[in-house]
Design a protein around this ligand. Structure first.
Ligand code: NAP
Ligand code: 8YV
Length: 342
């Protein structure tokens, strides 16, 4: 590589020197910047921080991404991405010297984990900082579906007032089933307690430190639930776990909320259950093949749809981005990752 290729702009050099000095590094260290690739969208201030410490190549923003990879791929030692865009096998093929993937998000289903682990590439994600916002979104979807918030909004805007609205369905005091009482599931449960809800959950292991009812069968949890919230990881182990039988058990009064991954729900079975009134409604933040949404859902008033938006607040996206930056900094200063995927 011609060494000029590693030169920074003047302001970039000043920022880099200041960043090095603040960490007690010498000016010489500043010339040995590592090269990283941004493979998933990041907030601008996260990119600015990365540019202080690294030579940053933006794959998404490149006029010719393939040419960029051909030119810099072998020099890339770190990737910053997010849980939705992740990394593709083709991208990994082009990065033979990759050491770390820092992903903004908690899901690892788009990170080619098996291959990445086998190659000894470290992976960092952003646990906990998004719990509150994802839990808020689960509760918001529950309320929006049950209390017909979006349908009412459409009606008022169109001058239709109460036309076709019927009555809503109470949330307070109802039974909430949580599929996946992990970091986010527990926060959803705490919020639901404030609505006087009776809480049950299903996952592979019983949590001994919670007062909620454990169901070792998802079908039984669905039978118990008025609202069933899905917040398990995606991937083969949970693929289409919420199937026709589970929806049947949820029953005609039941409402399904999904803030986990679209792959966990059998979308065809869900569409059929909604069309035939075998469940009351659904609130969906995630879909099996994003951004594609089954067209049947678009026409349904009993369904509330969101564009994978649960962690998308300014505060949370900045906190997630900061963890991406801090994990990359830790790795390239020889320190342990802050939030590794074990
Ligand atoms: P977490 O702390 O790892 O919790 C996941 C829970 O799911 C665990 O309690 C686990 O319990 C359970 N689980 C895992 N595999 C299971 C299986 N095969 N069957 C039944 N239960 C299973 O993860 P988290 O931080 O709460 O995040 C959960 C998921 O939410 C993420 O993986 C991500 O896909 C999704 N998410 C979505 C958004 C969004 O924007 N919509 C944002 C953040 C996260 P056991 O091990 O006992 O089974
Ligand atoms: C984000 C997510 O929407 O954390 C996850 O697993 O799906 C979400 O937080 C995603 O990372 C996009 O940036």
């Amino acid at each position: 590589m011609p060494w000029e290729g590693r030169l920074l702009s003047l302001s970039g050099q000043r920022n880099a020197r200041a960043a090095c000095a603040s960490r007690g590094q010498t000016a010489a260290d500043c010339w040995m910047k590592d090269e990283i690739l941004i493979a998933g969208r990041m907030p601008p201030n996260v990119i600015e921080q990365l540019e202080e410490d690294f030579i940053v190549h933006d794959w998404n923003g490149a006029a010719d991404p393939q040419a960029l990879l051909a030119a810099v791929g072998p020099r890339i030692r770190g990737v910053a991405t997010n849980a939705v865009q992740g990394v593709t096998p083709e991208l990994l093929d082009a990065l033979p010297n990759l050491e770390i993937i820092a992903s903004s998000g908690i899901g690892t289903d788009a990170l080619q984990l098996e291959r990445v682990r086998a190659a000894g590439i470290k992976v960092a994600v952003t646990p906990d900082v998004l719990n509150d916002d994802v839990a808020d979104m689960a509760i918001a979807l529950m309320l929006a579906v049950a209390r017909k918030i979006c349908q009412g909004d459409r009606n008022v805007r169109a001058g239709r007032w109460l036309e076709g609205m019927g009555l809503g369905y109470r949330v307070s005091g109802k039974r909430l089933g949580i599929l996946g009482l992990g970091r986010i599931g527990r926060v959803i449960a705490r919020r639901a307690e404030a609505f006087d809800m009776e809480i049950g959950y299903h996952q592979r292991h019983r949590n001994l430190d919670v007062p909620y009812t454990y169901f070792d069968s998802l079908v039984e949890l669905a039978r118990f639930s008025d609202f069933l919230v899905v917040v398990v990881p995606g991937g083969p182990a949970t693929e289409k776990m919420v199937n026709r039988e589970v929806l049947e058990a949820l029953g005609p009064e039941g409402i399904l909320i999904n803030v986990g991954r679209g792959s966990t729900v059998d979308e065809q079975a869900l569409v059929a259950a909604l069309q035939e009134g075998r469940i009351r409604g659904a609130g969906l933040d995630v879909f099996a093949n994003e951004p594609h949404v089954p067209p049947e859902l678009l026409a349904m008033d009993q369904v509330v749809l969101a564009p994978h938006y649960a962690s998308a607040t300014i505060e949370t996206r900045l906190a997630m981005g900061q963890l991406v930056v801090d994990n990359l900094r830790a790795h390239f200063s020889g320190k342990p990752l802050l939030t590794p995927v074990e």
